[in-house]
Design a protein around this ligand. Sequence first.
Ligand code: NAP
Length: 246
Amino acid sequence: MDNKIFSGETAVVTGGGRGIGEAIARNLAAAGARVVIVDVNKEAAVALSEEIGGSYVAADVSDSESVEGAVNKIIENNGKIDILINNAGINRDALTIRMKEEDWDKVMDINLKGVFNFSRLAVKKSMIKKRRGNIVNIASIVGIIGNPGQANYSASKAGVIALTRTMAKELAVRGIRVNAVAPGFIETEMTEKLPEKVREKFLENIPMKRLGTPAEVADTVRFLVSPASAYITGQVITVDGGMVTE
Ligand code: NAP
């Protein structure tokens, strides 16, 4: 197998400074891509981009002007965007009746509008001209099955799934594929902080009886942006140890 399958390709990873995005950035860089990390967390993103021989561009995905500036800069520096991984995401959990409107808006703005902002501009300014491109959106299984306390987050991820399917249908004829990965419970700083009891409860519901790793999510992303998945578009692949099976 060619280990550098993405050489000559520019891959943008939003929220790539840490967590799942970091694993995706490392994976694609190891496969030869020129990785551009887009993040609000400058410190982590700069250190990682230096380590993997990539670059860092500052942007808040929820702000369309900031995204436009970032997309322009990426194209100026790299000539094009071949791969876009919309990974930046946050959660602000509360039961629906207690949820603050600002927390609803913030999660929607970053998780859903952020994907719209970046995809629209990357497609318009680069992919459509080259008639070539690959987008993977990081959703979540809660966007499929729901989760108490995560009305904003699960609705945003369901929106990401619908946006993925719609853009895939719009762009297939232009040589651009759009897919989503829906992780289950993954070992990250977020899940590390969970109390032991909550963790045990999660494990009860995972057929494989363990959390997933960021590297396992990244391997699925790599497959979806590689020629090995050339006839796959508009799909949602769950990476969840068997929790969601339809
Ligand atoms: P994470 O560790 O919190 O990392 C997210 C990165 O995105 C951080 O560097 C963060 O910066 C950055 N970011 C936040 N808001 C941003 C914005 N507006 N613009 C640009 N960058 C921004 O997250 P994660 O747990 O790896 O999750 C990554 C993705 O996977 C998210 O979409 C999440 O919803 C999804 N997911 C995660 C899990 C899980 O178990 N962890 C499960 C299912 C789905 P700061 O460091 O400044 O916050």
